[in-house]
Design a protein around this ligand. Sequence first.
Ligand code: ATP
Length: 323
Amino acid sequence: MTAIAVVEGDGIGQEVIPVAQDILALLHQEYEFYAVAVGYGKWQKTGTACTTDDISLLRDADAILFGAVTTPPASDYRSVVLQIRKELDLYANLRPIQGEGVDIIVVRENTEGLYSGIEWQEEDRASTLRVITRKGSERIARTACQIARERKNHLTIGNKANVIKSDVFFRDICMDIADEEGVSYTTAFIDSLTLDVLMHPERYDVIVTTNIFGDILSDAAAYLVGGLGMLPSANIGNRHALFEPVHGSAPDIAGQGIANPVAAIRSAAMLLSHIGDTQGAALIDDALHLTAEAGITTPDTGGTASTKEVGDAVCAAVRRLME
Ligand code: ATP
């Protein structure tokens, strides 16, 4: 029995994840779905955003479908997303950016760098330690090479090695691994790379980079495909995998029923692919195309449909394609 842990979380996570879950359930009635409550809402009610029991429940799943968690303005609040990534050792964040004339995958290191969580504040100074390890860099480089081999066998290594020593370390390890794996590569400074990706997306295929650079690059690249409501992601480790939209809880539009569910639905498709149903994943992609072609889209991408209307249209398209 395949068990899927479902975390709606906060804000629009509660609106887009049920839509994505319905589509998975339509394709796989045999899956067992169980809810795990974590996030700001839970913190407000209980004082804890994510317990050790919650982590155990997530560990038990074959895969996790995750919405979003709001970060509250409290200094003692530990980021739930960072906690889960660390506890489950989800070291590779894969962010495909796909649309008209764009087919890029950003492979972002997900557990260290500027998100190491090692930070402190003094009276007139605040510091965050950027930790880049050999192990962390090698494994993300291997993941990127593996993906590159299935695509065009070319890697772009995004870095800031002209200024930051830890980036020289990261870049050199990526180059060594790419040599070892027989994958060709170019290196590029992350700032000019971000501009070039926006201006010439057709030049890029697989881009590997460190934690915060990958975060910023992929959010910026969302511009190419209709914004944050469109981008899915996978957080992969050796034992666990979590799938979530790139966007956050979007408190500004939460509760209005207008959140774009496409990123969450695509994340569900990535989940299916990961657990072996590539056909189901392709079917979801086709259903999304048909829905967009029919003009059924939410306001962020120029349409007038609600979250539910897009979800219903995608479900109907999935049903038609299944016949
Ligand atoms: P968080 O603190 O949880 O990261 P945020 O609002 O700072 O939330 P995002 O949730 O990533 O960050 O949202 C950034 C902006 O993009 C928001 O203003 C939101 O309106 C828009 N946005 C994000 N996701 C969607 C979506 N699925 N549909 C429509 N608009 C979205």
